[in-house]
Design a protein around this ligand. Structure first.
Ligand SMILES: [Zn+2]
Length: 70
């Protein structure tokens, strides 16, 4: 079995490991109801709609009410 002739330096090791943090770019799609960016196949976080139906009561409305109460 071929083996590496020399141990990699810490700098080389760390450069390799530092490349992984920026690779994940989450794909976003526009909500059909409000047009906000949301993750595909998820309930829209801004309006609570999924597939044209209201699935989750609006968090935004609740927060707006909370702000009005304060
Ligand atoms: Zn929406």
């Amino acid at each position: 079995m071929p083996n590496p002739k020399r141990k990699h330096t810490p700098m080389r090791r760390d450069k390799r490991r530092s490349q992984n943090w920026k690779l994940e770019v989450k794909s976003l799609s526009a909500c059909g109801q409000c047009g906000a960016l949301r993750l595909p196949h998820r309930v829209c976080p801004s309006c609570g709609f999924y597939n044209g139906k209201l699935e989750v009561a609006r968090k935004a409305a609740k927060t707006e009410e909370g702000k009005d109460q304060k």
